[in-house]
Design a protein around this ligand. Sequence first.
Ligand SMILES: C[S@@+](CC[C@H](N)C(=O)[O-])C[C@H]1O[C@@H](n2cnc3c(N)ncnc32)[C@H](O)[C@@H]1O
Length: 173
Amino acid sequence: MNRVIRWMEKVNIPEDAAILDIGTGNAAFLVELAKEGFKNLTGIDYSSASVELALNVLEDEGLINIKVQEQDFLNPSTELKEFDLCIDKGTFDAISLNPDGRDMVKLQYVTSLRAVLKPHGHFVITSCNWTKEQLLQIFSPGFELLQELPTPHFQFGGMTGNSVTALVFRRLS
Ligand SMILES: C[S@@+](CC[C@H](N)C(=O)[O-])C[C@H]1O[C@@H](n2cnc3c(N)ncnc32)[C@H](O)[C@@H]1O
């Protein structure tokens, strides 16, 4: 979360930017974004239990202006659109590891992302399962890579790798 927020500050994402947290879980990212001053926040999750938990967490934090909706990102409602920035931490990983129709699911995710983001809007993904090269291939139809965010490195057998990949994409028009 911190490295994404640092990037948002560095590139001056405005505080009123419309931000979508895809697969918000317990809304931890939304809470951090609100603490940083971001005011136009929406989270979605397809799990009703996650949505209930997120709403409880936000209420406890006194953050009642954040929208949380129960939605399957692979079939989003037509009202979910016009976001300036979409954030995904771990959700694409969860979705794309489904063994049934994995390639179709990835394509559907990219289609949904294009539908909810404004042209030239940003998409920041943090993944533990896919490498930079794999993510570039998956998102290259419709998105360009802007930046790779620094993540911890490890060494094994003389090779260097990352346990997490964090990339910033921009939607092509
Ligand atoms: C690994 S958790 C990450 C949660 C949160 N982003 C975080 O960083 O703590 C993945 C989340 O994505 C949600 N999710 C999985 N598939 C989804 C889908 N198709 N549409 C919306 N949410 C989904 C799950 O319910 C879960 O809350």
